[in-house]
Ligand binder design. Structure first.
Ligand code: NAG
Ligand code: NAG
Ligand code: NAG
Ligand code: NAG
Length: 773
């Protein structure tokens, strides 16, 4: 009853180790001890839980709107007057003075926006210390569920965890192999800023309650939340000390959990009413109904894509720690590990990013899972690669629904960015974002350093993703109501911000994220390390994409407003084209070939934006060759040094003809080098911080090897080329994939290959377009 996924496989406990589907389940024969990065992550797109599976069960709970405080006005009012002078210094080659002035006059105050914060922890104390045996815990990536079971004192104990999008709650069922054996104490806790903590027994309908309310500890604009668990026991009795609930002698115990914050319900009674509404409904429905609705919802998303890269035999049956250590030594022996990472990445996206109303929030640097009050990089939304990478798998792996929170956040950010455009740049139209934002749509520059702070291009990248959403879904309503306002407001800003330099429309002061250059001989101070410049290669690519997108959107929507015509006729043809260094043959990152890298192996592939995720560099053979030369040089010099950087390398190589084996090698190295105990990606391996972007970038990279659709048919307006198996690695001889999406509204319903060769495919046109061979 409790574990149908396993029962369907028909396994007995003793054989469990030989019956796991190694592409679907991540399983472990021990608990996570005190290691958050070994806990099992599930979520309903708004609430997240990391499950430790310890004797005294520890659950780290999160709600995606609980951050460190209210909106901060960080604009630097000195910026507007300083920008023209900084431009002049840059044009004349006074790079060091320009960088200094940019830091003094443009950096935000304070320099950081808000940080993502923990919600509460829940402890479930079973009184089971030493003496636990036959221990198993698992994550089911198809159902979005997790479980723990073991034997203690001759009795089998089971815990099952469900994150329900339909009911908006988390749910747990505890059970034991014999009646009356469950005695558990339930407590919520938080180390900071607790406002109230209560518990009460309720033997009628609705369940016993444990509740905790807290805020973000700021005197003004604090975010306050209300969290509550309802506990429903069958058999046994419950008591309370006013803060915790103790159930003893029960047969089963069900727990339902919700939390709501003042971000979505500014009025406390509104938030409390929402907690009560969701929990009353979940308790009334009962655990089996909540569970089956949650699984039906989750597996309908996951089931849209099925991937088979070959079987691992016994290697795929091992618990995760053994699989990771085996993969480091012999990656080819466990092809299902890559399939598991593909499924796990999609599991993480569907668990951390769902439409929960007009204030949905996207997956941040840690998705929704975080236990720290000062998480790495504030666990915010970093938009010079990381947030965008989170959504690289959203469209191609048929999870367009998970993309919606990004556009909700952009809508929150647009008014902030409009104010920032006026304050910092004197632009009365359009909106600007820099390299990070937070849940309030923070638009000011972040941190204080010349290679990263002053980058007025965040909205340009995000607007490109809005257009990609249209290309994959062909949803004209989305194009008109969501993408177009974003594209228009973004373009309006650049129509004001850009200036003419060498007859090209040019952005700046800006930078090439997050790379510094050495100032050339004919500039000052020669040899210094600087970041701030104008006419950055990546900026020009982003602007090229923006104005191209404006042209396409205007055509599709029959718009003839001035922003359409000026973007296409004035701006698009007068952007500086990509340049190839005459000395190295590599694509130039900055405006002159005399700049040199401070870090030839820099982790960002910013100048290669137009190779992936963009298309501009694929449009001519010489640019592609120069881009590949830069990519190879970066890699040879030590790039791909973070998990997300490695994931970007996978996608870049997948886009280059004849380099499929490099794409696969980097994918394998990501798995071998960067995974934490629970398969989360890390910044730089070992015990370095969790960063979810690499998990998502890897999924996109695998998809990119199998189906691509970024090229358009020459001479035919809007037609796309769907490439099947464009980058099939030599080592992936046999396989099959179902359900990947291509631009133009195509579903690759089936794609099969054998002995490294295409066998058959079935492609469906969702939007009525024609497919030609
Ligand atoms: C763990 O779960 C499996 C599948 O439901 C079951 O067969 C097994 O008996 C359980 N083991 C323990 C120790 O409870
Ligand atoms: C199309 O986009 C609109 C606006 O974002 C959205 O409400 C609608 O659900 C989308 N349609 C589909 C079929 O996803
Ligand atoms: C744009 O105009 C074309 C023909 O002029 C028409 O077929 C199409 O429906 C129009 N599209 C929109 C979105 O109005
Ligand atoms: C690439 O080749 C095209 C066509 O041969 C040429 O027009 C263009 O100038 C070249 N671009 C660069 C950056 O060398």
């Amino acid at each position: 009853m409790l574990f149908p996924a396993l029962l369907i496989l028909g396994v007995a406990a003793a054989e469990a180790a030989t019956a796991w589907d190694g592409s679907r389940f991540a399983w472990y024969d021990s608990d996570a001890r005190t290691d958050f990065k070994s806990a099992l992550p599930i979520g309903n797109g708004r609430l997240g839980v990391a499950i430790f599976g310890t004797g005294v069960e520890k659950l780290v709970l999160n709600e995606n709107s609980v951050w460190s405080g209210g909106w901060l006005d960080r604009a630097n009012p000195k910026s507007k007057d300083a920008v023209p002078a900084i431009r002049k210094m840059l044009i004349s080659g006074d790079m060091t003075s320009a960088g200094k002035s940019a830091m003094d006059n443009m950096a935000g105050n304070p320099t950081s926006p808000r940080a993502y914060n923990p919600l509460v922890n829940m402890a479930m104390d079973f009184g089971h210390g030493s003496g636990i045996s036959s221990y198993t815990r698992w994550l089911d990536t198809f159902q979005g569920t997790a479980g723990v079971n073991y034997t203690y004192g001759g009795t089998n104990y089971n815990r099952e965890y469900v994150a329900s999008y339909p009911h908006g709650v988390l749910a747990v069922r505890l059970s034991a192999g014999q009646p009356g054996k469950l005695s558990v104490n339930f407590a919520l806790s938080r180390s900071q800023w607790v406002l109230s903590q209560t518990a009460s027994v309720n033997n009628g309908a609705g369940g016993h309650k444990v509740a905790l309310s807290a805020n973000s500890g700021q005197s003004s604009g604090a975010i306050t939340f209300w969290s509550e668990a309802r506990i429903v026991n069958s058999g046994g009795t419950a008591t309370s000390d006013g803060k915790t609930i103790s159930v003893s002698g029960a047969n089963t115990i069900d727990v339902f959990f919700d939390a709501e914050s003042s971000y979505r319900y500014p009025d406390a009674s509104g938030a409390q009413a929402e907690v009560k509404r969701k929990l009353d409904a979940a308790v009334a429905a009962g655990y089996p109904a909540v569970r089956s609705a949650a699984i039906a919802d989750f597996s309908s998303l996951m089931g849209r894509v099925k991937l088979d890269l070959g079987s691992s035999g016994n290697s795929g049956q091992q618990p995760v720690p053994a699989r990771i250590s085996n993969f480091k030594k012999n990656p080819d022996s466990d092809p299902q590990m890559m399939t598991l990472m593909f499924n796990f990445g999609r599991h993480l996206l569907a668990s951390s990013s769902r439409d929960t109303g007009s204030l949905s929030l996207p997956a941040n640097l840690q998705g929704i899972w975080n236990q720290d009050y000062s998480p790495a990089w504030q666990s915010k939304y970093t938009i010079n690669i990381n947030l965008e990478m989170n959504y690289w798998p959203a469209l191609v792996t048929n999870l367009a629904d998970t993309h919606k929170p990004v556009f909700d956040l952009i809508n929150v950010a647009i008014p902030r960015g409009q104010t920032m455009a006026k304050t910092m740049y004197g632009c009365d139209r359009g909106f600007v974002l820099h390299h990070n934002t937070d849940l309030w749509g923070d638009a000011a520059p972040v941190d204080k350093g010349t290679p990263y702070t002053v980058w007025p291009m965040g909205a340009a990248w995000l607007s490109a993703d809005a257009m990609e959403h249209y290309r994959f879904t062909q949803n004209k309503t989305f194009l008109a109501q969501v993408a177009w306002p974003i594209l228009r407001e973004t373009a309006e800003f650049y129509h004001c911000h850009l200036f003419k330099w060498n007859n090209y429309w040019t952005a700046g002061p800006s930078l090439s994220p997050e790379h510094a250059f050495k100032v050339p001989q004919d500039m000052t101070q020669s040899g210094a390390s600087e970041g701030i410049d104008i006419s950055i290669e990546m900026d020009n690519q982003l602007l090229h994409q923006l104005f191209t997108n404006i042209g396409q959107a205007c055509a599709l929507l029959n718009l003839t407003v001035p922003i359409c015509t000026t973007s296409i006729t004035t701006y698009l043809p007068n952007l500086r084209p990509p340049a190839i260094s005459p000395t190295t043959g590599r694509l130039q990152e900055w405006r002159s070939p005399s700049y040199t890298d401070t870090e030839p192996g820099h982790r960002h592939f910013s100048p290669l934006w137009g190779l992936y995720p963009g298309q501009q560099l694929a449009q001519s053979a010489n640019l592609t060759a120069a881009a590949v030369a830069l990519l190879d040089h970066r890699i040879a010099s030590g790039s791909a040094s973070t998990g997300w950087s490695r994931a970007w390398a996978v996608n870049l190589y997948a886009r280059v003809a004849g380099r499929a084996d490099d794409a696969w090698r980097h994918a394998q190295q990501l798995v071998a080098t960067f995974l934490l105990g629970n398969l989360w990606n890390s910044d730089s391996g070992g015990t370095s911080p969790f960063q979810i972007d690499g998990n998502f970038g890897l999924v996109a990279g695998v998809a990119e090897m199998l189906v691509q659709s970024h090229e358009t048919v020459e001479g035919e307006d809007g037609g796309v080329v769907v490439h099947l198996l464009p980058a099939l690695p030599g080592k992936v001889k046999e396989g099959r994939v179902e359900g990947l999406l291509a631009r133009g509204g195509f579903v690759v319903e089936e794609l099969v290959w054998r002995a490294g060769k295409f066998v058959k495919a079935r492609v469906k046109a969702r939007s009525g377009g024609a497919v030609t061979k």
